[in-house]
Design a protein around this ligand. Structure first.
Ligand SMILES: *[C@@H]1O[C@H](CO)[C@@H](O)[C@H](O)[C@H]1NC(C)=O
Ligand SMILES: *[C@@H]1O[C@H](CO)[C@@H](O)[C@H](O)[C@H]1NC(C)=O
Ligand SMILES: *[C@@H]1O[C@H](CO)[C@@H](O)[C@H](O)[C@H]1NC(C)=O
Ligand SMILES: *[C@@H]1O[C@H](CO)[C@@H](O)[C@H](O)[C@H]1NC(C)=O
Ligand SMILES: *[C@@H]1O[C@H](CO)[C@@H](O)[C@H](O)[C@H]1NC(C)=O
Ligand SMILES: *[C@@H]1O[C@H](CO)[C@@H](O)[C@H](O)[C@H]1NC(C)=O
Ligand SMILES: *[C@@H]1O[C@H](CO)[C@@H](O)[C@H](O)[C@H]1NC(C)=O
Length: 798
C-alpha cells in the first residue's frame, strides 16, 4: 500500500513543479546576458500580473519596447505607459532588447543600436518589472536601482512615480502615432509645473493661464523641490502647490496620469476595461494652445467637437486640415488708411503682442495698430487692478479662442471687407460657446458621476482664483493678529474675498438675525466692518470639498451683472461653507407676489430684469451656465424693487451627492418650476431655466402659485400644468373674442394689480412670452436672450 502512495505523491509534486514552471514562463526578470526577441514576442510580466514589458506594435512592422497594462481594453488595445524608443521604432524582425553582461541595457534592430540605458557595472544585475509598473535595473547585492523606467516617462506617470525637474511628459503625435508630439508637461525654471505647446514655429505656455500671476492660480514659485506625485488613492501633489484629488479619490484602483494627444493632462481610472477620466486640467478644449493655426478661431461644441474657423477676411490655407491656419483674402500691403476695425467680443488671441500700451483709449489703440503695417488686430480691455484700459497690438493672430474671457479683440480689416462683415454678425454671435459648457458637463456626468464636477471645477480654480488668492496672498504676508491687517486688506481687496469664520461670526452678530431659509442653507443678516449690510448664507454641511467650493466661489466671484446678486466673498474654514452677498432690502419675490406692493410696471420690470440676468448666465460664455433653480424665492428685490437673481452657481455644489443617484434629475430645481426634462430624464440644457422663468412670470402675472405644499411629485406636475393650461385657455378665449372684448385678458391677472395701471399690449406680450417659455417641448421655448429681446422690442415699439 505504501509504494503506490509514494508514487502518487511524487507524481503530484512533479506536476506541481511543472505547473510553477508554466506559470513562470512569463518571467518578471531578465538576467544578465539574456535578451527579449521581437519575433518570439518575449515579454516580462510584473509579479502581480498588472504590467507587461515587451515589444509593442506601433505600426506596420514597427515596434517599440514598451510597458503596458496587461489587461486589454474593451476595444482590444493595450494602454502603453512607457516606451524606450517612441521616436524610432524597430523592425519586426531581428530586433532584441538585451541586458548585456557589462550592465548595459540595449535595444537593437538588425543592424544598429537604437536605444540604451548607458549603464555599466561589474556587480551582478537583474532587470525586473515591478508591481508598480517600474522597470528597474537592480543591483542584486545592494538592492540599488542602476536605472529605472520611472526616471524617463513618455506621456504617462503611474501612481507613486516621482515626477521631478528632470522628467517631462510629452504627448503623442496622435492616437495612432505614438511618437513625440507638440505638448509638454514639465517643471519650469521658476518651479511651477506647466503645460506648453511647442511646435517648430510657436512655443506657448497655456496652463496655468498665462495672463494670470502664479499666486493668482494658487501656485507658488518658492519651493524649488520641483517634485510631484500621484498617489494610488488618487491624490496629486506638487511642490508648487498644485494639489488635487480625483473624483474617485480613496479607492485604490489602477490609475494613470497622461498628457493626452489633445494637450490636456488627465488622470484616468481603470474600470471594467475602460479608462474613466477622474480629473483633467482643462475643461475647455479651446483653452489649449496650438489647435488652430494662425488667423483662425477655435470653437467647441459637443456635437461638432473642436473646430477651427477662419476669421472674417481670411480663408483656410488647407481646407482638409485647418490646423494650417488661414491666410488673408485681402491685400495686406494696401494703404493703412483703407483699414478699419470690427469688434469681436470675448474673442482672445494669445501672445504675439508687438506693443502694449497701458492706460490707452480705444482710439489711441486703433491708431497704434494703423501705424504698424504688421498689426493684424488689437486687443483692448479694461484691467480691473490698474483701473486702466490696456491695448495690445497683435502682429500674429494665434491661439484664437472664444471662451468668455473679459477681452475684446478688434480685427483690422480693409473697409471693403468690413461691409460684408456686418452681414456675418448674426452668424458670428451664434458661436457654439454657451451650450457647449452644459453639454460637456452632461457627457462627463455619464462617464463618471462625481468626476464631472471636478473637471469643470478644477479648471475654474485655476482660472478664477484671482480675487480669492489676491486676498490670501496678502493675508499670508501680513499674517499678524487681525485688527491692523483687517484694515489693510479691506483697503486692498475691495472686491470678492475670503472671510475668516471669526469675521463672519462678528459680522452676523453670532448669527442673530435670520432672514431666510432654503436653497441649501440659512441666511442671516450681517454688517461688515466697512458698514456694508450683507446677507450671510450658511450652506449645509453636506457641501464638502474645499477645492470644489473654492472653484465655485471663483466662478461666482467673477460674475458681475446688475440683475445678478453680487457676492462679496465667502468663508471656507473647517467644515464651514459660507457665502456673503449683498443684502436686498425687499427680500425675495416670493414674499411679494400677491401683495399690493408690486404694481404692474414693477412686475414687468422684474420680469425683464430676471430675464437679463439669466441671459447673462446663459449666453455670455461663462463656464457654468445653468441656474437650475429659478423660482420666486431666488429673485431678490433691492430697495427700488430692482430684481437680482440669487443662488446661481450653487446647483453643482448641492447636487453633488445627488448625481450619484440615478434619479438625480428629480432632485434639482424646485417643485412647481421644474421643466419636464427633469421629470422625463431628457438632456438638460439652458432651456430648463427658461421654463422655470416662464413659470415665475406666470405666477407674477396671475398671482397664483404653481406650487402646493403636498410633497407628491405627481400632484405637483398636475398643479403646474393646471396653471399653464388655465392661462392658455384664458388667452385663447380672449383671442377668439378679441374684436369684442379685450378685457378678457384681465381675468388672468393677479387681483392685487390695479387694473387701471395696466398697459394691455405690454401685458399681452409678457403673457405670450411666458407661455412660450413654458412649452413642454424645449425646442419651442425661446432662449433667455430672445426673451429679453421680445420683451424690450415691444416696449420700444410702443
Ligand atoms: C485600437 O486602437 C486603434 C487606434 O485608436 C483603433 O484604430 C483600433 O480600432 C483599436 N482596436 C483594436 C482592436 O485594434
Ligand atoms: C509618426 O509621426 C512621425 C513624425 O511626424 C513620423 O515620422 C512617423 O512616420 C509617424 N509614424 C507612424 C507610424 O505613422
Ligand atoms: C516643498 O514641497 C515639498 C513637497 O510637497 C514639501 O515636502 C516641502 O516641505 C516643501 N518645502 C517648503 C520649503 O515648503
Ligand atoms: C478616505 O478613507 C479614509 C479611511 O477609510 C477616511 O478616513 C477618509 O476620511 C477618506 N477620505 C475621503 C476624502 O473620503
Ligand atoms: C492639406 O493637408 C493634407 C493633410 O495633412 C495633405 O495631405 C495635403 O497635401 C494638404 N494640401 C495642400 C494643398 O497643402
Ligand atoms: C508710428 O510709428 C513710428 C515708427 O514706426 C513712430 O515713430 C511713431 O511715433 C508712431 N506714431 C504713433 C502715433 O504711434
Ligand atoms: C448665416 O446663417 C444662416 C443660417 O444658418 C445661413 O443661411 C447664412 O448663409 C449664413 N450667412 C453667412 C454669411 O454665412
Amino acid at each position: 500500500m505504501h509504494l503506490p502512495f509514494l508514487f502518487l505523491l511524487l507524481l503530484v509534486t512533479l506536476s506541481y513543479t511543472s505547473l510553477i514552471a508554466i506559470a513562470s514562463s512569463s518571467p518578471s526578470v531578465l538576467n544578465q546576458g539574456s535578451s527579449l526577441f521581437v519575433e518570439k514576442e518575449d515579454h516580462l510580466v510584473s509579479p502581480n500580473g498588472i504590467f507587461t514589458a515587451g515589444f509593442h506594435r506601433v505600426g506596420q512592422n514597427a515596434f517599440c519596447f514598451a510597458i503596458w497594462f496587461s489587461e486589454a481594453m474593451s476595444d482590444g488595445n493595450h494602454t502603453v505607459v512607457w516606451m524606450a524608443n517612441r521616436d524610432e521604432p524597430v523592425n519586426g524582425k531581428r530586433s532584441k532588447f538585451s541586458l548585456w553582461k557589462d550592465g548595459n541595457l540595449v535595444l537593437k534592430d538588425a543592424s544598429r543600436r537604437i536605444w540604451s540605458s548607458d549603464t555599466k557595472s561589474s556587480l551582478p544585475l537583474q532587470l525586473q518589472l515591478l508591481d508598480s509598473g517600474n522597470l528597474v535595473l537592480i543591483h542584486l547585492n545592494k538592492k540599488l536601482y542602476l536605472w529605472q523606467s520611472f526616471n524617463s516617462p513618455t506621456d504617462t506617470i503611474l501612481p507613486n512615480q516621482l515626477f521631478t525637474k528632470d522628467t517631462v511628459l510629452i504627448s503623442s503625435k496622435s492616437s495612432t502615432n505614438l511618437s513625440s508630439g507638440f505638448y509638454k508637461f514639465y517643471f519650469d525654471n521658476d518651479n511651477v509645473i506647466r503645460l506648453l505647446y511647442n511646435s517648430d514655429e510657436v512655443t506657448s505656455v497655456f496652463w496655468p493661464l498665462p495672463y494670470l500671476q502664479i499666486w493668482e492660480v494658487g501656485r507658488t514659485t518658492y519651493n524649488n523641490t520641483r517634485s510631484a506625485m500621484l498617489t494610488s488613492e488618487g491624490r496629486f501633489w506638487s511642490a508648487d502647490n498644485l494639489v488635487f484629488i480625483t473624483s474617485d479619490y480613496n479607492s485604490t484602483i489602477q490609475r494613470r496620469l497622461t498628457l493626452d494627444v489633445d494637450g490636456n493632462i488627465r488622470v484616468y481610472s481603470l474600470s471594467r476595461g475602460n479608462w474613466i477620466v477622474s480629473w483633467q486640467a482643462i475643461s475647455q478644449p479651446c483653452a489649449i494652445h496650438g489647435i488652430c493655426g494662425p488667423n483662425s478661431l477655435c470653437t467647441y461644441s459637443p456635437a461638432l467637437g473642436r473646430r477651427c474657423t477662419c476669421m472674417h477676411g481670411y480663408k483656410a490655407k488647407n481646407h482638409s486640415d485647418l490646423s494650417f491656419g488661414c491666410a488673408p483674402t485681402f491685400d495686406i500691403n494696401s494703404n493703412q488708411e483703407n483699414y478699419e476695425f470690427v469688434k469681436l467680443p470675448h474673442v482672445e488671441f494669445y501672445g504675439f503682442d508687438n506693443q502694449y500700451i497701458e492706460s490707452s483709449t480705444l482710439k489711441q489703440c486703433k491708431k497704434a495698430c494703423l501705424n504698424d503695417s504688421n498689426c493684424k488686430a488689437i486687443q483692448f480691455n479694461f484691467h480691473k487692478d490698474s483701473g486702466h484700459f490696456r491695448c495690445y497690438v497683435k502682429t500674429l493672430l494665434f491661439n484664437g479662442n472664444y471662451l468668455g474671457t473679459p477681452f475684446d479683440t478688434y480685427l483690422k480689416l480693409p473697409k471693403t471687407e468690413i461691409k460684408s462683415f456686418n452681414q456675418h454678425v448674426p452668424n458670428q454671435s451664434r458661436l457654439d460657446c454657451p451650450n457647449s459648457v452644459i453639454e460637456l458637463r452632461r457627457t462627463y456626468e455619464k462617464k463618471s458621476t462625481n468626476g464631472s464636477l471636478k473637471f469643470m471645477l478644477w479648471f475654474s480654480i485655476i482660472l478664477g482664483v484671482v480675487e480669492v488668492t489676491s486676498f490670501m496672498f496678502f493675508f499670508y504676508i501680513a499674517q499678524k493678529p487681525s485688527g491692523a491687517t483687517n484694515q489693510n486688506y479691506l483697503a486692498i481687496a475691495t472686491g470678492f474675498r475670503r472671510f475668516s469664520y471669526e469675521e463672519i461670526v462678528k459680522a452676523s452678530h453670532k448669527f442673530r438675525d435670520e432672514i431666510g431659509r432654503g436653497g441649501g442653507g440659512i441666511v442671516y443678516k450681517g454688517i461688515l466692518p466697512d458698514n456694508r449690510v450683507v446677507a450671510i448664507k450658511l450652506l449645509h454641511e453636506a457641501i464638502q470639498g474645499e477645492a470644489e467650493f473654492l472653484a465655485e466661489m471663483s466662478t461666482i466671484g467673477r460674475i458681475n451683472h446688475k440683475n445678478l446678486i453680487e457676492t462679496y466673498g465667502y468663508c471656507a474654514e473647517g467644515k464651514h461653507r459660507i457665502l456673503v452677498y449683498e443684502y436686498m432690502e425687499n427680500g425675495s419675490l416670493a414674499g411679494k407676489i400677491g401683495s399690493n406692493q408690486l404694481d404692474w410696471l414693477k412686475r414687468f420690470e422684474i420680469a425683464v430684469g430676471v430675464a437679463k440676468g439669466l441671459a447673462y448666465l446663459h449666453e455670455e460664455c461663462l463656464e457654468w451656465v445653468l441656474h437650475c433653480d429659478v423660482k420666486p424665492h431666488n429673485v431678490l428685490l433691492d430697495a427700488d424693487f430692482n430684481p437680482k437673481v440669487a443662488d446661481f452657481g450653487l446647483s453643482k455644489l448641492f447636487h453633488q451627492d445627488a448625481t450619484n443617484n440615478s434619479n438625480f434629475s428629480k432632485i434639482r430645481g424646485t417643485r412647481g418650476y421644474m421643466a419636464p426634462e427633469w421629470v422625463f430624464n431628457l438632456p438638460i440644457t439652458s432651456k430648463v431655466d427658461v421654463y422655470s422663468y416662464g413659470m415665475v412670470v406666470l405666477e407674477m402675472i396671475t398671482g397664483r402659485s404653481s406650487t402646493c405644499d403636498q410633497s407628491n411629485d405627481d400632484n405637483e406636475r398636475v398643479d403646474q400644468k393646471r396653471l399653464v393650461s388655465w392661462v392658455r385657455e384664458k388667452v385663447h378665449k380672449a383671442r377668439d373674442r378679441e374684436s369684442c372684448t379685450e378685457s378678457q385678458f384681465l381675468e388672468i391677472l393677479d387681483p392685487a394689480i390695479v387694473r387701471a395701471e395696466i398697459e394691455e399690449e405690454q401685458m399681452k406680450n409678457l403673457l405670450n412670452v411666458a407661455l412660450q417659455c413654458v412649452e413642454e417641448d424645449r425646442d419651442a421655448r425661446p432662449t433667455m436672450s430672445e426673451v429679453v429681446k421680445m420683451l424690450l422690442n415691444h416696449e420700444t415699439d410702443d
